[in-house]
Design a protein around this ligand. Structure first.
Ligand code: ADP
Ligand code: MG
Length: 143
């Protein structure tokens, strides 16, 4: 199933994130794809807020996964942009997170396609400058 949202401000994108965070169930996996500056962090901060997470959430710059435990369920925020080899995912305990009791969200998930669980939500954020600088199209495909 596919749902498409169109937003015209960061607040609207964050609101969609909050809704996703409220709906998330233990063991859910979201992937997040989109160019730099498109709003991945804005959406992620909304998701974290929807989970009830109180600490600040940014991109996990120096680690592949950042764990947040202050919400309704754990939140595992992955950024796999810098992985060199898929085996690095084993080393950080990827499967324990992804098949665990929290919500996993994986930025740049296309780089680890072969080890993604089949059941997941794929989230793609895109700009369309013809529709304005702040326009974003958010496509969510449930698999
Ligand atoms: P990414 O994490 O994908 O690199 P960020 O979330 O850090 O991107 O940044 C997105 C930028 O785009 C922010 O400066 C935000 O204010 C701006 N922005 C403008 N319009 C939107 C929108 N509709 N949705 C999300 N962000 C938007
Ligand atoms: Mg970011």
């Amino acid at each position: 199933m596919q749902t498409i949202y169109e937003t015209y401000s960061p607040e609207e994108t964050a609101k969609i994130g909050r809704q996703l965070g409220k709906e998330a169930l233990p063991g859910d996996v979201y992937t997040l794809i989109g160019d730099l500056g498109v709003g991945k962090t804005v959406l992620t901060q909304g998701i974290a807020a929807g989970l009830g997470i109180t600490e600040p959430v940014n991109s996990p710059t120096f680690t592949i996964v950042q764990v947040y435990d202050s919400g309704r369920i754990p939140f595992y925020h992955f950024d796999v942009y810098r992985i060199g080899d898929i085996e690095e995912m084993d080393e950080i305990g990827y499967e324990d997170y992804v098949y665990g009791e929290g919500l996993s969200m994986i930025e740049w998930a296309n780089l680890i396609e072969e080890i993604l669980p089949e059941k997941r939500k794929d989230i793609v954020i895109e700009k369309d400058l013809e529709k304005g600088f702040d326009y974003r199209k958010i496509t969510i495909t449930s698999k």
